[in-house]
Unconditional design. Structure first.
Lengths: 516, 1104
């Protein structure tokens, strides 16, 4: 009997063998085999390109960089759009707890890490020409994320691509260190990167990297000078001019004859044929739709096609509105009016349905007349001039995202950067030539003389809502100025955004920017 | 398991010794297993060794009891208490020993099964005895238990005399007594009965007394006598359960246990519930207790598949994952509250453990029972909004353009209904000495008070047991199979300007018609919805099938040593099918279909040994050691398709009907987790007065990081049965007094899977070829944390169990202090990192809970025809978060237009969880704009504006039994908590009125501007205190003829949620909107939750 007992115990215990408790992950492709196969290098690179789309996030980078300026405001409208985080960006009362600033910080740094992960894995592969090319492209995207971080926050935590212990404290790059690193990265990759035509549309080219380098030099005075005018900083105007010369003289880009064709929903091939240096590709059918520009800004009652859910949100300011000559084709374009009821560009005054019926507001049934005035604290439904830069596809079945490729760098920018550099260097005539070359293409009267204000305004006409206004206003010394609904002049320390509170709490080696 | 407990009852000067198992037959599950043991192992051939020097005979009996399963039944008078004996025997039968011991006394004995009845020699000759030889009548009879089984050893005393006798082993007695005298029958565990001798033959049926009985309590991996417990454990038997419409075990215990807060998420049939035992130990989700059904620890991760997505309607609330159980199958629910009790469940014990025990077949008894009820439920009160004329008048008074379509529609009437509910349960069972079974089948259909909502469920359960290997092996089998069909309407836990069904009904213009003239629904736009259309044009059905099965084998190796193996299997398959008709105004791309599936399952294998032995007299030791392995798998997959544009057919029946040329979108997700545990326990009892327990468990989990796979969870507890001490006895106040002290460490591993690992995986890709082909991305998806480990809660508990007035007043009081460290939280990564957030054991942070619990039960009147008892409980606790290295953790972003961007609740240092933080509202200025408290510079400042945790919760229950009638009332209440009425924030105001929303009469009377900004503020923080008559039941036990084919018939009427006293302005103050922000749930937020119904039911219970 005793033997039977022992036997039974052994039998039953034997049915259980100790497990090692290794966690199986079944629903995520085990990337390890993928990332060692050079055929799959595109899959490593793709997340870094996906990060470029995040630069346009209306909850992060785009929102912050635009709505701290005169170009975009998100006013509270009674029961709608009520967030102090929107309002304080516009009124420059933002603090370290602003969620959109936090999102911006995270977005840029996650993008930076995705580049590092791709680089780390590509580093293990045989360095064929294709791999080298991809490495250079990814290094560009990483440099871009560093440029944006440095530009907004004045410092950045940094890891080399070989550093994968995310609980180790990162190195903190000061502004001079970051700028030095970005320049050396770009100088490394520019010789490796291919030119337009040698790589597919949408990929990073030599000219894109040159553009970023030109931007670093264009802002070099800001990075080395003292707020708010930075005139004590070091200007690198010659470097800017030389790089811009190189791009313009390459002959691979031509200024577009039709400005609005660059901004239509189906803008890829025209952009490729003309002036786009770095497009960010969107495609709603394959699930990579961009910002729902139209939904964000248009009034609830401006519906058309499948666009039945409009949110009546952001608008532009009287300050920016006042810079315009309203005959400028870039101000307004009516090519889609019969389908959508409104013009492209800036929307002001009475609005109409596609059938031409005058619209009224949802609240109270007043005429839907967009006014230049609004109140950031509490606006009526119809207040504020709206902006439709990226035109909708009236026939789309996916109104929740835009199809338009984003115009990240265009040749127009190169002309205007060169004009600015020349002007700041003292070559007003050269600047005037460049700016008039562009204006002629845009069918607006050429200028008789050029000033810094005119250069800034021209940049506004070209690039409004294109995510460069903050950088421009800082460089032109106007970021802190009195403007509509933001008085008095902002304290200079706010030129740099605050390091988010949560970032300070998770890394005690970071120090908050002065003044916050 | 205790198998040698002697019970002591100071009643009639009779000492009984009684095996606990004879009571077990009536109250617990292991009855059969136990009876197996007693027939074989404790036969008269059992060999006993004994060495006694100069002890009383009673002491010898006690030692025999300790070494065997015999019980002695005797009258003090029969044995000479002072006589000392010495005896040394080795491996002798009990017969041999007794002969030696009783030699020279006037006593003899009879052995019947395990019972040894000591009789005086002359009694034995007469079989029973007579009290008084001069009596004028003789009376004989039999004493039986409620199962008609003879009861041996029942004390029979003649009132007014000292005569005391006991029934024999056949339950029979034969006495000579004076005419018209009264006999008192008493027996431990049963109510005493006084019977007037009016005839010569009596049949006395003893009735169980659940109050006096020394209850059996289910503990982790075993059972224990309540008197032997060292930890804080609350037990509920069938009579303690809530009454009325009960869909799940949580419904049965709500309010009944001090320190256990059960909060329903509204009143949706089978709706979700939050159960918190002794407060919140964590601040993320995963605060629910561990549920163990007949020894099977359940994974209660929600298996609710996702529904269809509707703009402006947040996720629907979870259903209660315990709905698959049939309340009629549940015998008892035991709740382990303190760490000394829960530590045996280690890394899953921190939130308390709820042990559910199902009913089993009973030995020697064949029963068939049927119970049913039917009833109606209705909305207790509507949310008060303007009717059409009030609406028009208000618009004109406020200077708004008229928007009058000429109708007067009460939109709440359109969506609510009076709903019918019915339930039927049949069970039958039987048992003999070698096997038993119980089978049950139930059907319940609970229609919701909102149209097209409800729950229908079918459950079947079989329990069976069988003895084998000459009674050395006991096999037990349990199987539950359940199908639950849920029908739901588009109600969300959050929402936007458009609104879910309820918000759409409340905000809708009351002058609008329901239908167009052509009979179609009148729908204005995607944002102005017709709530009846939302119901009618949406079909949302979930079918959940669940099978829970286990087989347990118990092998009796040798005396006191048992080996047990438990193999269990739990499988759920849930399918949710939602189709939305293309006519719904808010669909952007035609009709839609969403089909989502969840397949979840776990399998368990446990092996453990228990050993009971007595190393010396008065020392009892019980040992447990075991191993457990459980594997969990959850697989979800689904598809959704849009573009349907026809009316003729339900889209789910013809998915290819969609106009869309591209594929339906599909998704899937799978996780597998494993838990491996080693556990052990020592119970030590000295003189049955001093009880010591020590637990230890080591738990390994796949969820933990590679550097911390195992967690270790010790606990210990001490109890002192003070009422056994002479100095307490001398006070003569307490019928029971026990002090308990305990300490332990438990864990929590309820965190998502995969978070400790980096893992390369697929992510959003990009177009790299210039065309429209997206290259998928591969990258590191998470910031990994290989050091991740369980959250640790250490808990101290001190308590007293007490009884006064012979048990007429009893209760317990507990005080505890808990501290949670290694708090698991998703915090900001140290950038640059692959993800913004990382799961971390936040260094230094602590969550403290301190509380007091009191439970009281009093029997005010206990007469033959009238019993009145009152019970109640009270609990209070304070919660505090400290040493957090984060400034604050925001949660609950309010829903509705204009208030979504600001968290309503924050977790911050030195405040409890559930702290409302925002502007303090001071009123309106001259322009009707909100004024908030400001700082010196005039800027509005935020501060703490409320606390969602109550100051205390309480429950009061009273039972009145008068003849055949019984009446019970159950009141629940909470006091001192604040609720954020998110619904009022967007309904009880004027801003949205100007955009066409309906509003309340009080808002119209206010001076609020039509363009006031709807900031979240203290304006909508309301008192959440309430007192609810949660149930009243009036029953009648039909008197049945002696030989009726019915053994029991009871009819009753029951009402749930009959009234609620509260100042809360929403539908119901019991709010629990399921809102999470970054995995951190909020507490005490009222939204458009499905309102709780008032229910009246009529029912019948019959046994055959």
């Amino acid at each position: 009997m005793k033997q039977l007992h022992i036997f039974l115990i052994l039998l039953l215990l034997g049915t259980v063998s100790c497990t090692r408790l290794n966690e199986e992950i079944l629903d995520e492709q085990d990337g390890n085999s993928v990332v060692t196969n050079p055929d799959n290098v595109g899959m490593l690179v793709a997340p870094t390109y996906a990060f470029l789309r995040d630069l346009q996030s209306r909850g992060a980078g785009w929102l912050v960089q635009e709505s701290v300026t005169d170009e975009v405001a998100f006013p509270t409208r009674g029961a709608n759009w009520n967030s102090a985080d929107y309002r304080t960006l516009f009124t420059h009362d933002y603090t370290a707890t602003n969620s959109y600033i936090k999102n911006t910080w995270n977005s840029y740094l996650i993008g930076f890490t995705k580049c590092n992960i791709a680089l780390q894995n590509m580093d293990k592969m045989v360095q064929t020409d294709e791999i080298k090319e991809y490495v250079a492209e990814v290094r560009f995207i990483r440099a871009l994320s560093m440029y944006l971080l440095n530009d907004c926050f004045g410092q950045m935590p940094f890891r080399e691509s070989s550093e994968t212990d995310y609980f180790q404290n990162p190195t903190i790059l000061t502004r001079p260190q970051a700028v030095t690193r970005i320049i050396s990265e770009l100088n490394d990759i520019i010789p490796v990167l291919k030119s337009k035509g040698e790589v597919p549309y949408g990929r990073i080219t030599k000219a894109a990297a040159q553009t970023l380098l030109a931007k670093v030099y264009l802002n070099y005075q800001v990075y080395t000078g003292t707020a708010p005018k930075f005139t004590d900083g070091t200007g690198k105007w010659d470097e800017v001019i030389s790089i811009c010369d190189d791009i313009i003289n390459s002959g691979k880009y031509v200024l577009a004859d039709d400005f609005w064709k660059l901004y239509l929903a189906d803008n890829a091939s025209y952009s490729d044929q003309t002036e786009t240096i770095l497009p960010i590709i969107y495609n709603t059918v394959t699930g990579i739709g961009g910002i729902p520009w139209v939904n964000m800004t248009l009034d609830y009652n401006q519906t058309f096609g499948k666009y039945t859910s409009l949110w009546n949100g952001c608008c532009t300011t009287p300050t920016f509105f006042a810079t315009w000559d309203q005959t400028d084709p870039r101000f307004s374009d009516g090519r889609l009016k019969s389908q959508i009821g409104f013009n492209l560009g800036l929307l002001v005054g009475q609005q109409y349905s596609p059938a031409g019926v005058a619209l009224t507001t949802k609240d109270g049934g007043r005429p839907l007349i967009f006014t230049t005035d609004f109140s950031i604290a509490n606006s009526l439904e119809e207040q504020g001039v709206r902006v439709v830069k990226y035109a909708p596809d009236p026939t789309t079945v996916n109104p929740g995202g835009s199809d338009n490729d984003f115009q990240y760098y265009r040749l127009a920018d190169i002309y205007l950067m060169r004009a600015e550099a020349k002007f700041r260097k003292g070559d007003a005539a050269g600047a005037l030539t460049d700016i008039n070359t562009l204006r002629a293409k845009r069918n607006v009267p050429t200028l008789a003389a050029v000033t810094l204000d005119k250069i800034l305004n021209e940049r506004g006409y070209e690039f409004y809502w294109d995510n460069c206004r903050r950088n421009d206003l800082v460089r032109f010394g106007k970021y802190c100025d009195d403007r509509y609904q933001k008085t008095p002049e902002t304290d200079y320390h706010r030129i740099l955004l605050p390091i988010p509170q949560v970032a300070l709490e998770s890394n005690t080696q970071l120090t908050q920017n002065p003044g916050y | 398991m205790k198998n040698n407990a002697s019970l002591y009852l100071d009643k009639g000067r009779i000492y009984h010794s009684l095996r606990i198992f004879s009571i077990l037959i009536f109250v617990s599950l292991f009855a059969v297993k136990v009876s197996a043991q007693k027939t074989v192992v404790y036969s008269q051939q059992t060999l006993i060794s004994l060495t006694v020097k100069n002890k009383t005979i009673k002491e010898v009996f006690r030692q025999i009891e300790n070494k065997s399963q015999f019980i002695f039944i005797y009258n003090d008078k029969v044995i000479d208490a002072k006589k000392k004996v010495s005896i040394t025997v080795k491996d002798e039968t009990v017969d041999q020993i007794l002969q030696k011991v009783l030699t020279g006394t006037a006593a003899t004995y009879k052995i019947s099964d395990r019972q040894i009845i000591i009789l005086s020699a002359k009694d034995e000759k007469k079989e029973s005895g007579s009290v008084d030889n001069s009596a004028s009548t003789s009376v004989s009879g039999v004493v039986v238990d409620p199962n008609n089984e003879p009861l041996a050893g029942v004390t029979i005393s003649l009132k007014g005399s000292n005569g005391v006798y006991i029934s024999d082993f056949k339950g029979q007695f034969s006495l000579k007594v004076p005419l018209n005298s009264t006999l008192a029958f008493s027996f431990i565990g049963y109510k005493s009965q006084n019977v007037k001798v009016t005839k010569e033959v009596l049949k006395i049926e003893m009735v169980e007394d659940t109050k006096l009985i020394d209850e059996i309590v289910v503990v982790g991996y075993g059972i224990a006598k309540k008197s032997d417990l060292t930890g804080a454990i609350s037990s509920l038997k069938e009579s303690d359960f809530n009454k009325g419409v009960l869909a799940s075990p949580t419904d049965m215990i709500q309010g009944r246990v001090a320190g256990v807060a059960v909060t329903n998420n509204g009143g949706e049939p089978g709706g979700g519930v939050s159960v918190r035992i002794r407060g919140a130990n964590s601040i993320r989700s995963g605060q629910d207790p561990l549920y163990v059904i007949d020894g099977i620890p359940l994974d209660i991760t929600s298996v609710q598949p996702a529904g269809g997505s509707i703009t402006g309607v947040g996720d629907s609330g979870n259903k209660n994952p315990l709905n698959f159980l049939n309340p009629d199958d549940i015998e008892s629910i035991d709740i382990l509250k303190d760490a000394s009790a829960t530590a045996i469940y280690g890394s899953r014990g921190a939130n308390g453990v709820v042990l559910v025990t199902t009913k089993k077949g009973k030995e020697g008894k064949t029963t068939i029972s049927y119970s049913a009820y039917a009833g109606y439920s209705a909305l207790p009160s509507k949310y008060s909004v303007l009717n059409a004329s009030e609406y028009n008048a208000a618009r004109s008074a406020k200077g708004l353009a008229a928007d009058d379509k000429g109708y007067n529609t009460d939109w709440q009437d359109q969506i609510f209904r009076t709903a019918f509910t019915q339930s039927h349960a049949v069970s039958f069972g039987a048992g003999n000495k070698n096997s038993n079974y119980r089978a049950s089948l139930s059907y319940m259909k609970e229609n919701g008070i909102i149209k097209k909502t409800g729950m229908e469920k079918f459950t079947g359960r079989i329990n069976a047991s069988l003895k084998g290997l000459k009674d050395h092996l006991l096999l037990e089998f349990g199987l539950t199979a359940a199908r639950t069909n849920d029908q739901r309407a588009p109600i969300g836990q959050s929402g936007g300007v458009e609104g879910d069904l309820l918000l759409s009904a409340l905000k809708a213009n009351p002058t609008y018609p329901v239908y167009n003239t052509d009979g179609t629904f009148y729908q204005v736009s995607d944002q102005v919805r017709n709530p009846l259309a939302m119901i009618s044009l949406t079909n949302d059905n979930t079918q959940t099938d669940r099978i829970l099965a286990n087989v347990t084998g118990t092998l009796y190796l040798f005396k006191g040593l048992k080996y047990k193996m438990n193999v269990a299997f739990d499988q759920t398959k849930a399918v949710r099918k939602v189709d939305q008709n293309y006519q719904l105004s808010y669909l952007s791309d035609g009709g839609t279909v969403d089909i989502n599936n969840v397949e979840a399952g776990s399998s368990l294998i446990e092996n453990y040994l228990t050993y009971d032995f007595n190393p010396a007299p008065n020392h009892k030791i019980n040992l447990l050691a075991g191993h457990s392995y459980q594997r969990f798998k959850i697989y979800t997959y689904g598809l959704s398709e849009t573009g349907f544009d026809t009316n003729d057919i339900e889209y789910i029946n013809s998915l290819a009907l969609s106009e869309k040329s591209d594929q339906a979108s599909v998704s899937s997700d799978i996780t597998i987790n494993e838990l491996q545990s080693f556990f052990g326990r020592v119970n030590y009892s000295l003189q049955d007065k001093y009880l010591l327990t020590a637990n230890f468990r080591a738990d390994g989990s796949t969820k933990f990081g590679s550097n911390n796979k195992y967690g270790y969870f010790p606990s210990t507890a001490f109890a002192w049965r003070m009422s056994e001490e002479e100095f307490i006895k001398k006070i003569n106040v307490f019928s029971n007094l026990k002090m308990r002290l305990g300490w332990g460490i438990t864990g929590n591993q309820e965190i998502p899977s995969k978070i400790s690992q980096a893992s390369l995986g697929t992510t959003s890709g990009a177009v790299l070829n210039g065309g429209s082909t997206v290259t998928p991305g591969i990258t590191v998806l998470r910031t990994p944390n290989p050091d991740l480990k369980w959250e640790t809660t250490s808990q101290y508990n001190g308590g007293f169990d007490f009884g006064f007035f012979e048990g007429r007043l009893s209760g317990s009081v507990d005080i505890y202090s808990k501290s949670t460290s290694n708090v698991l939280l998703q915090v900001t990564s140290t950038m640059p990192s692959p993800a913004a957030q990382v799961w971390e054991n936040v260094p230094g942070m602590k969550i403290l809970n301190k509380g007091v619990e009191l439970a009281l039960n009093g029997v005010l009147i206990s007469k033959k025809d009238l019993t009145w008892s009152i019970g109640g409980n009270f609990s209070t606790y304070s919660n505090r978060v400290t040493n957090m290295n984060l400034s604050s953790i925001p949660t609950d972003y309010p829903s509705g237009p204009g208030i979504t961007g600001t968290a309503s609740q924050v977790i911050m240092n030195n405040e409890p969880v559930g702290t409302f933080y925002g502007y303090r509202f001071l009123g309106f200025d001259a322009n009707g704009k909100s004024i908030f408290k400001t700082d010196a510079s005039g800027k509005a400042v935020k501060e703490v504006i409320g606390h969602a945790l109550p100051k205390f919760t309480y429950n009061l229950t009273t039972n009145l039994i008068w003849k055949q009638f019984d009446l019970s009332l159950n009141f629940n209440g909470v006091y001192g908590n604040d609720v954020y009425n998110n619904l009022a924030n967007i309904m009880n105001q004027m801003t949205l009125f100007s955009s066409g929303w309906n509003t309340t009469a009080s808002a119209v009377k206010s001076t609020e501007s039509l363009t006031n900004v709807l900031d979240y503020s203290s304006r909508f923080i309301e008192s959440g205190s309430y007192l609810r008559l949660s149930n009243a039941t009036l029953g009648y036990n039909v008197k049945l003829a002696q030989n009726s084919w019915l053994t029991r018939l009871r009819v009753y009427a029951s009402g749930n949620n009959l009234f609620t006293i509260t100042k809360y302005s929403g539908y119901d103050p019991e709010v629990s909107a399921e809102r999470y922000s970054n995995g951190v749930p909020s507490i005490g937020v009222g939204w458009t939750s499905y309102p709780k119904a008032r229910v009246i039911t009529f029912g019948v219970n019959a046994e055959f």
